[in-house]
Design a binder for this molecule. Structure first.
Ligand code: ATP
Length: 140
């Protein structure tokens, strides 16, 4: 089995998508190994999204991700990283609605920034992101 990090972002939580997203996760055979409902601060987000720090949308991304509580989860199943990315769909919900209408972002996302959920994009990212929040090993 494999682990990945999922986040229900502030728009997902405030839009009351938490329960339906968790149902979708469980329906697709993932186990939720850890979960934590937290308010991110600026330092968390700047560190978590450090790879995007030079992008023009970065200040807005930081404001968005600190705008309310998020639900952080460690998901486990075979091929968890790729399968969770496939389930959430493309980054932009407006494109997802056209190309992947049953994806989480198509159903719950609002726009390119406010896209409801996060998923680690590689094993290396999963490992980094899980230890960022939970201080455990990715296969643990
Ligand atoms: P995530 O890492 O959150 O799963 P992703 O890998 O699909 O998303 P990234 O390119 O890593 O997308 O961007 C990280 C996040 O930054 C996006 O999920 C979105 O919230 C925001 N974002 C990305 N591109 C833009 C943009 N051009 N304008 C505004 N916000 C953006």
């Amino acid at each position: 089995t494999e682990r990945t990090l999922a986040i229900i972002k502030p728009d997902g939580v405030s839009g009351n998508h938490t329960n339906s997203v968790k149902e979708t996760i469980l329906d697709h055979g993932f186990k939720i190994k850890e979960e934590s409902f937290i308010q991110l601060d600026e330092d968390h987000v700047k560190s978590f999204y450090a790879e995007h720090s030079s992008r023009s949308f970065f200040p807005s991304l930081v404001e968005y991700m600190t705008s309310g509580p998020v639900l952080i989860m460690v998901l486990e199943k075979g091929n968890a990283v790729a399968d969770w990315r496939a389930l959430i769909g493309p980054t932009d919900p407006l494109k997802a609605k056209v190309t992947h209408p049953h994806s989480v972002r198509a159903i719950c996302g609002l726009n390119l920034q406010n896209n409801c959920v996060h998923g680690s994009d590689s094993h290396q990212s999963a490992s980094r992101e899980i230890s960022f929040f939970f201080k455990t090993t990715p296969s643990g």
